[in-house]
Design a protein around this ligand. Structure first.
Ligand code: SAH
Ligand code: TYD
Length: 405
């Protein structure tokens, strides 16, 4: 295949096997027609972009039955309030301010600009979540972002001071069209700010579950520099985030227009020291994924052999990769508990484990909970003290340590 960014010839360094759409929770009568593709990550030695080889069509993933609602985590609600405040305090100056967000979902971030009286617009192709945003005073257009959408926004609303995104830039295969759209949309001194799961964290934790259909890229600073340089943008700031198991916030502006923070060279040096630019790092990652799979399957098999009931906690998109790659089905996990109504009473993609409302877990504790929403560990541990204190055991599919044992 060719690198999606620089067209260099690249090839996948491993396969996770056949994968379904990560957020496509289904009913029993849909099992026969479920869509699968082969999930294979690749790394470009020229522009340093980590990517997957095949990505299903966007319309298969983002539509009016999209299952991910951002507000399901209280921690994320706080995070997006802080993100909005930080943007307003550091990057918005002057009158008639206008902020656009790509992938604004249920309005979890734009709500805070609306509350400050700042003009805003969400660009959100999944109609059901965009509709939810309206309840919070957030205006959205149901479209994919790109040059045409940018031109439409400029003609209807004018140019923007800030183009924001969270956990969506890594979903979009044609980033050149995003950069072109940003160039059309932003005022001369405008900024493009986005955050996504960070490649450095994924490699460190072997959190291979960040790799699924929606995540066509996992970014590093090294790759983001190259992706946007071709369009006249430069990286002016980098801010590591704790969200989604380790993320990075990237701030870009047109070349020469803004001062560059020292964190940019600092983090790029750290990435080189960690070998993020070297193919051997990805060969090691493959070995780490295989070890992680053997560990998890071993732990769950031990639970089963001991006659203990195991329940999954959080029907995350990420868990689709874990469950399908490791071949974990309803023989090892009785059901998955999740608070999102649209996922409940359906079955998990690919492995078809039943998804039940949270009340099923709270009303009849299992012996062991598999923490599929491991990125919300602090929030969930605080909430589940009663389960833990009566002897409930937790297994994390992604143990947060470098030992990987
Ligand atoms: N920003 C939110 C939602 C992330 S999920 C958060 O961090 O919680 C990604 C969202 O981006 C989904 O709601 C999806 O419908 C939307 N999306 C996917 N591709 C898009 C595109 N090309 N343009 C705009 N939004 C997109
Ligand atoms: P999340 O990890 O945010 O994202 P992704 O789908 O991108 O991997 O998904 C969290 C899921 O876990 C979501 O379906 C809601 C569910 N959840 C619970 O069931 N209980 C909780 O306490 C929390 C925080 C999340």
């Amino acid at each position: 295949m060719k690198c999606r960014i620089c067209q260099h010839a690249i090839s996948a360094f491993m396969t996770f096997g056949p994968m379904p759409i990560a957020n496509c929770f289904l009913t029993q009568d849909e099992f026969g027609s479920e869509f699968f593709f082969e999930l294979k990550p690749a790394f470009c030695e020229r522009c340093y972009t980590f990517q997957i080889e095949n990505q299903p069509d966007p319309e298969l993933m983002f539509h009016d039955q999209y299952a991910f609602f951002s507000r399901t985590s209280v921690f994320m609600q706080r995070h997006f309030r802080a993100y909005a405040d930080w943007v307003a305090d550091n990057h918005l100056r002057g009158d008639d301010l206008f902020v656009v967000e790509i992938g604004s979902n249920d309005g979890i971030m734009l709500e805070h600009f609306a509350n400050r009286g700042i003009r805003h617009l969400g660009v959100e192709p999944s109609a059901n979540v965009a509709e939810e945003a309206r309840k919070f005073g957030v205006e959205s257009i149901v479209r994919f972002f790109g040059p045409e959408t940018a031109a439409y926004i400029v003609s209807e609303y004018g140019q923007a001071d800030s183009l924001l995104a969270a956990n969506v830039m890594c979903h979009i295969p044609d980033l050149n069209s995003i950069a072109k759209g940003a160039d059309l949309l932003l005022k001369p001194a405008g900024v493009l700010i986005f955050e996504d799961p960070y490649l450095g964290s994924m490699l460190e934790k072997t959190s291979y579950d960040q790799i699924y259909d929606e995540h066509v890229f996992i970014f590093s600073a090294l790759s983001v520099v190259n992706i946007f340089a071709a369009h006249g943008f430069e990286l002016i700031d980098l801010l590591p985030q704790e969200t989604h198991g380790g993320s990075m916030r990237y701030v870009l502006a047109r070349k020469g227009v803004r001062d560059i923070s020292s964190s940019v060279s600092g983090i790029i040096n750290d990435e080189k020291a960690a070998g993020l630019h070297l193919p051997e790092t990805y060969r090691q990652f493959k070995r780490d994924c295989e070890a992680s799979k053997a560990r998890l399957v071993g732990l769950l098999t031990d639970e089963k052999d001991a006659g203990r009931r195991v329940v999954g906690y959080g029907a995350t998109s990420k868990s689709t990769t874990i469950l399908n790659y490791c071949g974990i089905g309803a023989d090892l996990i009785e059901y998955i508990s999740d608070t999102t109504p649209i996922k409940q009473h359906k079955f998990s993609p690919g492995m078809h484990i039943p998804v039940k409302p949270y009340e099923a877990f709270a009303g009849d504790y299992p012996d062991t909970a598999l923490l599929l929403a491991w990125n919300h560990q602090l929030e969930i541990m605080a909430k589940e003290k009663a389960f833990s204190s009566q002897g409930g055991k937790w297994i994390s599919p992604i143990p947060d340590s470098k030992s990987k044992t």
